[in-house]
Design a protein around this ligand. Structure first.
Ligand code: NAP
Length: 335
């Protein structure tokens, strides 16, 4: 609680306080000028550099749906993407989309004209711990690092855990292997990825390119960012999705604990909770279930993968976003 001085004591306090010298006023004015100059410089720099410029993003589930949309959006914002999934042909399609958007953005001046982005594909089953331990992250990062004026630059790492599977059935009728597949992919895959890529993030010491990214308003100002694609079912129940909801509630718990464990070390950990989104996952819904879901969503439609990607860009680039959980469900959680 603040201590209030009585009126006579207050007068005595102000009389006794040392009068600031002229050099004190000079320092204040000079400091303000310096701050204005710094702000002007960083604003000019942020106008010429894309918000994720210099970063490397590892994106699981990048072959399709939400993961593919996030990869393309990150590429358009200057990130070098490492695309992870099990389907080579589908991953190559995302790779092409990332290359196209990078070329376009460097052509229209919204990206650094001298910076060459590199995107690569890595095949694997993210639910297995062996996949993560056998990855040569250092090598992958250097393969996908930007080359600026012929010099390789690698900035902060971003990990997006988007790979996921669902299985709709009542728990009492769900086989052990189906339950295990959902938990291993959605929860354990996210946990292994965070542990192994998180260690790599801690090793990041910065370079001239990334240091610039660290001081820009709106740029990644940390050693790394983890973004988990959870689900509205992490916080809301729903018949037929016990294992899936348990896996996504686990992902949300993991997000919160990691934000506390890693925040002070410069790693931000955030989550998106999508409601119903148009993708292969919801294409598999029975027409009756789809109709019922639509009738409950105030927005009157399913969301698009690009709308989730926009949230991921925000979580990656907003330097104050840590333990930030964005629900994107067209209002479904409100009813
Ligand atoms: N769509 C929705 O309505 C919705 C709502 C809430 C949350 N989500 C979550 O959003 C995330 C993306 O879903 P989506 O809608 O984009 O689904 P999707 O179109 O079915 O895509 C799933 C992605 O996960 C990958 N994947 C699955 N298991 C994998 C494994 N073991 N190893 C590597 N990759 C694996 C798939 O890759 P392959 O090509 O190798 O199969 C694919 O790229 C999931 O975590 C999902 O739970 C989706």
């Amino acid at each position: 609680m603040a201590t209030r001085l009585s009126t006579p004591l207050r007068h005595q306090f102000y009389r006794n306080a040392a009068r600031p010298s002229p050099s004190f006023y000079y320092m204040i004015q000079h400091g303000q000028q310096q701050q204005q100059q710094n702000r002007a410089l960083s604003t000019a720099s942020s106008l010429t550099r894309p918000p994720l410029g210099g970063t490397t993003s590892i994106i699981t589930g990048a072959s399709r749906g939400i993961g593919a949309a996030i990869a393309t959006a990150f590429a358009s914002k200057g990130s070098n993407c490492i695309l992870i999934g099990r389907d080579q042909t589908a991953l190559n399609r995302t790779l092409e989309a990332c290359n196209n958007t990078s070329n376009q953005s460097s052509g229209d001046g919204s990206s650094s004209a001298t910076s060459q982005q590199r995107h690569i594909v890595e095949m694997g089953d993210i639910s297995s711990r062996e996949f993560w331990t056998s990855l040569n992250l250092k090598d992958l990062i250097s393969q996908s690092s930007s080359s600026t004026n012929g010099e390789t630059q690698s900035g902060p790492l971003i990990l997006v855990n988007s790979a996921g599977v669902t299985h709709s059935s009542l728990l009492l009728r769900t086989s052990a292997s189906q339950i295990e597949s959902v938990i291993q992919t959605n929860l354990m895959g996210t946990l292994w990825a965070s542990q192994i890529v998180g260690k790599q993030m801690l090793r990041f010491r910065g370079n001239s390119n990334s240091n610039e990214a660290q001081t820009q308003p709106g740029a990644v100002s940390t050693k790394g960012v983890i973004i988990n694609v959870a689900s509205l079912l992490a916080t809301h129940g729903g018949a037929g999705s016990a294992a899936y909801a348990a896996s996504k509630a686990g992902v949300l718990g993991l997000t919160r604990s990691l934000a506390a464990e890693l925040g002070a070390a410069g790693i931000r950990v955030n989550a998106v909770l999508p409601g119903y989104i148009e993708s292969d996952m919801t294409k598999a819904m029975a027409p009756k279930a789809r109709g019922e879901a639509l009738s409950r969503i105030p927005a009157g439609r399913f969301g698009s993968v690009d709308e989730i990607a926009e949230a991921a860009v925000f979580l990656a680039s907003n330097a104050y976003a840590n333990n930030c959980v964005i629900t994107l469900d067209g209002g479904l959680s409100a009813v």
